[in-house]
Design a binder for this molecule. Sequence first.
Ligand code: ADP
Length: 183
Amino acid sequence: MTATVTLLGPPGSGKGTQATRLRDRLGFEVLSTGDLLRAARDAGSDLGRSAAEFMDRGELVPDDLIVATVEDAIRRRGDRPIVLDGFPRTVSQARALDRDLASRRLDSAILIDVPDDAVVQRILNRHQGRSDDTEETARERLRVYHRDTEPLVAYYDERGLLRRIDGTRDADAVEDDVRATLG
Ligand code: ADP
């Protein structure tokens, strides 16, 4: 069984849904940086206060803050299998993970591929009351995805770790493919 995997894909591609399924059906621990940051913001911690302004603008939280937070969160999960949702999101974060972050090595990066038009529509339809789910921030997050996160597709492809999945189908079909990549 693969022990550490990351889900890559634009905002609204269904990473959170698939991470939850890996937890419920295969016993993975989920480490979602978005959930972690929202919880920190709601709790009013230093991390939450620093992150809030970036999140509400649809921008990325600075790498050093995220890397330290993720390292700590990974350590808390001991040696259980982990699915990362929302990390790494920049090449610099991927390099930090490569440098043996919390003694973990990434086994695979699963890209959930969905075209831009489809994801903006999904984000606007999901109505979760998130303060960053307006059309303007959704488009900004997508722009940031293409600029800062999409380079990770080539990064992981070069390292033989990339698995690409068609994310336009329903969640069950996507889940079948995700599980197939895990062997
Ligand atoms: P989505 O995948 O829908 O964009 P997330 O819940 O994953 O939403 O992330 C929400 C926000 O949290 C991002 O727009 C960003 O501001 C911040 N964030 C989450 N993960 C990271 C990360 N790895 N690096 C920097 N910022 C992050």
